[in-house]
Write a protein that binds this ligand. Structure first.
Ligand code: ZN
Length: 277
């Protein structure tokens, strides 16, 4: 899931991104993806404009995700439908830009990647590539981990991995570190197994909720576990070994030690004792 406020910060990068798009060859559409072109309302023009951008972003995002995670994965195994619709919103400012919904399990897995047309109308300059890449991270992870014995994937790990594919997590963290330094607000860190809720830490922390902590935890896992960490972890999950079970062999720490380690590491990053990863 992606939050509008976090995404809006990247709007400035859009013009740079568009230049890069013009010269980069476009990879082919991955298998098993369909685009839902049915849309019946007043905003036909915006619908088609957003759909064209999403459709162009999907193959690039797929390539970025699989390369970043070291996966040899030539296409999705299970169907993904890409949809654009106007999501209902309780507030004036749209909160959810996009999300992925999974239905069924194992061979019956079906995923839907949904984009909010309302959010797009409100923030047409958003970095669509980055949003699609984040959501594609969730799609690929679910697709890879759809076997009958797969161990559950904790939400913090899912969100941390999705932010670690490109610069999203780093950019958000830089903004939050700067904001905490500038305002002198006390640092309130989320626990990893807290619910994924951008509003859970309200005014104490930054606008990004627990996302920076989840990102830092994944960065820390990569530091401790080395370059093979992500593909090895994913293979272990597929075999039914939970993250907690795998931690001692992958990072030489148990779950309690790892949580303490991440807390110290996060404090060090926010206090400037460690570089922003
Ligand atoms: Zn997400």
């Amino acid at each position: 899931m992606r939050d509008v406020r976090a995404v809006a910060a990247f709007a400035a990068l859009l013009s740079v991104g568009q230049c890069a798009e013009a010269v980069t060859p476009v990879p082919r559409q991955p298998t098993n993806i369909t685009y839902d072109n049915d849309y019946d309302n007043f905003y036909q023009e915006a619908f088609h404009a957003l759909m064209a951008r999403v459709r162009a972003a999907v193959p690039r995002a797929y390539q970025t995700v699989t390369r970043s995670w070291g996966l040899e994965y030539p296409g999705l195994t299970h169907p993904l439908t890409v949809q654009i619709k106007e999501l209902s919103s309780d507030t004036l400012v749209r909160q959810k830009v996009a999300y992925v919904q999974a239905q069924g399990m194992g061979n019956d897995l079906r995923q839907v990647m949904v984009f909010d047309l309302g959010a797009y109308l409100q923030f047409p300059q958003e970095n669509i590539d980055e949003i699609v890449t984040h959501e594609m991270g969730h799609v690929v992870l679910q697709d890879v981990e759809s076997g009958p014995h797969t161990a559950p994937i904790p939400s913090w790990l899912n969100e941390g991995l999705a932010q670690s594919i490109d610069q999203e997590g780093k950019e958000r963290l830089e903004k939050d570190v700067e904001s905490i330094r500038r305002t002198g607000a006390p640092l309130v860190l989320c626990k990893l197994d807290e619910p994924v809720d951008e509003f859970s830490h309200g005014p104490f922390n930054t606008n990004s909720g627990c996302y920076p902590e989840f990102y830092l935890a994944v960065q820390r896992l990569k530091q401790l576990g080395g370059p093979r960490f992500i593909p090895d972890l994913m293979a272990g999950l597929r075999e039914g070994r939970s993250l907690e079970e795998q931690l001692p062999s992958l990072v030489k720490m148990d779950w309690d030690d790892f949580q303490r380690d991440v807390r110290h590491y996060s404090e060090d990053v926010f206090n400037g004792r460690q570089a922003i990863p």
